[in-house]
Design a protein. Structure first.
Lengths: 503, 333
């Protein structure tokens, strides 16, 4: 199908805008047969939009896409697959209670009249696809019994059985354990040797070095650099990713004074994620926890509050060890977590702002289990005012609010529980610029008031804005403890993506 | 972002406009409309439908469904289901009658039976909350087991309660209002209070709306789940006591299919089967709707089998209209 001269895919002058955001800005992007391309960029740089356009889930506003020299216009992922472009998403799209073989030919099972699905052929197809990938898996095993890495390989096998010429892998290693990463890298290498192109989103320099034949860096919706593997030094990549962008209005400088050690974490180990992490958080101090997606950041926060099964290690508050931690016991001790995913874990979106605000502090607004309206109204009104939450009514459903206001409600809920230590997982994800700045100011103010804050964030700028000190988590270990005046955007990012051999 | 949202005052203390009130109570307004339509249709078709004696009949029928429905509303809001309530009511009636025939004082027997019903509910809740057995399965097993046990204990014949005065509890009335209806109203007031103004009630909404968020907020999720089943168990056995009193006997075949009337009433009342949403007033309207419909069909002389077909269709239509209209009315928010 492909002629020698035509590239596998060629995207020219691609532009895509969402309301208020220019996600792709005149992007050119081409891939040749058998190339492995690492796609890098910060959150919001346009990587996701680019792979969505290639995978058929988003349509361009302008620009052209050619596959093997032919201009195409994908309306949906099915169109893209017909042209040999398949995407394996972070959230795997397989059916957990079906077998490996069924999943590989999901929805395309060969059927015969009367006898129905021809299981033999389904198995044959699956076997061939797995052989193509170069792995062996029991065909009749249910997906739910496999590891995440194996499930990922099944999806890759499915993509190949669909005739994929270009495979798009969206942060494939972010949720894998260290030894599973190697297996995946071998598979990708083998596929590229057979002429299958791979686009691979990752920020781990060691993986990129082992795997990629070329690198594309995106920033603010533009392709800011196509580099060969040799040119892509960490320094160069970071420079391209960060650029010389205007740092924006500085957040109101609120001085904090670190007091006594409040939270001490010693030897925290979480299977397949975190190895022997030790650190402390003082009263009135904002500590950042930096690390790539999948580095174990979220798990550390969850382990501290007792919501991470299998975590081992000692945690103490004011020198008093917290044994047999549960969410209720750590909350009572004064540790509170605002989770990463607001809709899934942070708020009850079908309930009102008022109820969400007092959900973690009923004892504050009730006596003998009964809620006096007046007291609840006072607390809620005070919190709304304090955090300047924009709501038409106190009892409006959270679901109707903007992301920033939803996040403020989640933070307000935590504050009403009067925490001594506040753990914040991605406190500004999906939040607009104005609300972001307000949340930063709020975090600084909380610390100035004596609360110890531990912030996890994928955005280096965010950590640099709000933290007094930043811990860097890499390959499951805490490698650095950097006072804020010793870090720059570039150096922080380099610490996060650095290879182990550089240490 | 619209500028309207940004410019909106942080909190608005003025009373809500009529339009807003209707939008926020779309569900209840729709149900009142449905009941009015039902009355308008049934009045000319069903003889004596509007007579005060018949209206009291409707109230009495509504009471047995309603008393349990208050608890069932909490169960559904918590994202659970309890289909054992009819069997629990029959079982309680049989146990009560047996106790009384064996010489246990009536008041003590009533207290013990209701306590037993509560413990049965608590046990079902514990299986759900602590071992993650789906509540449908737990209560399905209970539905079979309790009804079977009642049949075994009574040899499937009514156990007569040899005390005529006791029949007053479930069969009597005050100023025309049937006693069960009075219990229903008293319990309704209590449950409105529980659901709106107590930490427990609001925690039920939180658990059903998002159990993960509730857990991270320190709400004792397993305890809440166990409690809602204990409540339906308690109410079901109380309804069983009233039933036995009205019939003058403990009957293992009593309250057959009651669980489905109760669940239908709660769902017609706008409570979500997926949890997190629902109101006692909605359930009250659902109960009245189901009771009036059943009564009207009897008066019209509809064949009992055909009656079930009609009830099935009307319940489906009511829920359909309710969901569609609630969506439409609340969209402009």
């Amino acid at each position: 199908m492909t002629t020698a001269s035509a590239p596998l895919i060629e995207l020219s002058n691609a532009t895509k805008h969402y309301p208020g955001v220019l996600a792709l800005d005149d992007v050119d992007f081409r891939m040749s047969v058998g190339e492995v391309r690492a796609l890098l960029g910060k959150n919001g740089a346009g990587k996701s939009t680019l792979i969505k356009v290639l995978g058929g889930t988003e349509r361009l506003n302008s620009g052209t896409l050619r596959v093997a020299g032919r201009e195409v216009n994908f309306k949906n992922p099915k169109d893209a697959i017909e042209y040999g472009i398949a995407t394996v998403h972070q959230e795997l799209a397989s059916v957990p209670e079906m077998s490996v073989a069924e999943n590989i030919s999901l929805g395309r099972w060969t059927t015969r009249p009367v006898t129905g699905i021809a299981w033999k052929e389904v198995s044959t197809v699956a076997k061939a696809a797995l052989a193509h990938v170069g792995v062996e898996l029991p065909l009749d095993a249910r997906l739910s019994t496999l590891s995440l890495a194996q499930a990922q390989l099944v999806e890759i096998a499915r993509a190949l059985s669909l005739g994929a010429k270009l495979l798009i892998l969206d942060e494939p290693t972010s949720s894998l354990a260290v030894h599973e990463v190697d297996l995946l890298l071998q598979v990708v290498k083998r596929l590229s040797e057979r002429g299958i192109g791979v686009i691979y989103i990752s920020h781990r320099m060691d993986e990129i070095e082992r795997l990629a034949s070329s690198v594309t860096v995106m920033r603010d919706g533009r392709n800011v650099g196509d580099l060969s593997a040799g040119e892509a030094t960490p320094q160069r990549v970071v420079n391209l990713m960060v650029g010389n962008a205007d740092p924006g209005d500085p957040v109101e400088a609120i001085p904090t004074h670190a007091g006594d050690v409040a939270l001490t974490v010693t030897g925290l180990t979480i299977p397949h994620r975190v190895i022997d992490a030790s650190f402390e958080v003082r009263e009135g101090e904002v500590v950042g926890l930096a690390g790539l997606l999948g580095s174990g950041r979220t798990e550390i926060l969850r382990a501290i509050v007792g919501a991470q099964p299998g975590a081992a290690g000692a945690i103490s508050l004011d020198g008093k060890p917290l044994r047999r931690r549960t969410i209720r016991s750590t909350r009572a001790a004064g540790i509170f977590l605002t989770p990463e995913d607001r809709r899934a874990e942070g708020a009850v979106v079908m309930l009102g702002v008022d109820e969400n605000l007092v959900m973690a502090s009923w004892n504050k607004v009730s006596s003998a289990g009964i809620i006096p309206r007046e007291r609840m109204r006072e607390t809620v009104t005070a919190t709304i005012k304090k955090l300047s939450i924009k709501v038409p009514r106190r009892d409006v459903e959270i679901a109707t609010l903007s992301g920033g206001n939803q996040q403020k409600v989640v933070i307000g809920k935590a504050l009403n529980a009067a925490p001594r230590i506040l753990l914040m997982d991605e406190p500004t994800r999906g939040v607009d610029v104005e609300a972001k700045a307000q949340i930063y100011t709020l975090i600084r103010r909380l610390a100035a008031g004596g609360i110890g804050v531990l912030v996890v964030s994928s955005e280096t700028e965010e950590l640099l804005e709000v933290c007094d000190r930043i811990l860097v988590l890499r390959s499951g270990r805490i490698h650095e403890n950097l006072p804020i005046h010793d870090v720059t955007r570039d150096s922080l990012f380099e610490h996060m993506i650095r290879r182990e051999s550089d240490d | 972002m619209t500028s309207a949202r940004i410019d909106a005052p942080t909190t608005r203390e003025t009373g809500p406009s009529a339009g807003l009130w209707v939008r926020r109570h779309a569900n209840e307004v729709g149900l009142v409309g449905a009941i009015v339509i039902l009355y308008v249709v049934l009045a000319p078709l069903a003889p004596n439908f509007l007579s005060s004696a018949n209206q009291f009949n409707i109230l009495r029928d509504a009471a047995f469904v309603g008393i349990i429905a208050w608890g069932m509303t909490l169960v559904l809001i918590a994202g659970e289901i309890d289909i054992s309530v009819g069997a629990n009511a029959a079982f309680s009636g049989v146990v009560l009658a047996l106790m009384i025939t064996h010489g246990v004082p009536i008041i003590l027997a009533c207290v013990l039976v209701i306590l037993l019903g509560t413990l049965i509910g608590l046990g079902a809740g514990a299986l759900r909350a602590l071992f993650d057995i789906p509540s449908f399965i737990v209560t399905l097993a209970l539905w079979l087991g309790l009804r079977g046990l009642a049949e075994v204990m009574s040899s499937a014949v009514p156990v007569v309660i040899p005390d005529l005065g006791f029949q007053n509890l479930g069969g009597g009335n005050i100023g025309g209002f049937p006693n069960p209806a009075i219990f229903m109203v008293v319990l309704l007031v209590i449950f409105i209070f529980i659901s709106r103004r107590t930490v427990f009630g609001r925690s039920v909404y939180a658990v059903g709306g998002n159990a993960e968020a509730a857990k991270l907020s320190g709400i004792p999720v397993p305890l809440i789940r166990m409690s809602v089943f204990a409540i339906t168990g308690c109410l079901a056995s109380f309804a069983g006591v009233l039933f036995a009193s009205r019939l003058g006997s403990g009957n293992s075949e009593a309250a057959t299919g009651l669980e489905f009337d109760v669940i239908a009433a709660v769902v017609v009342g706008g409570t979500s089967l997926f949890g997190g949403r629902g109101s006692m007033i909605g359930t009250l309207l659902g109960v009245l709707f189901i009771a009036a419909l059943g009564n009207g069909l009897v008066l019209m002389g509809v064949d009992p089998f055909m009656k079930n077909v009609v009830r099935g269709i009307v319940i489906l239509v009511a829920v359909f209209v309710n969901i569609v209209s609630t969506k439409r009315l609340s969209r402009s928010r």
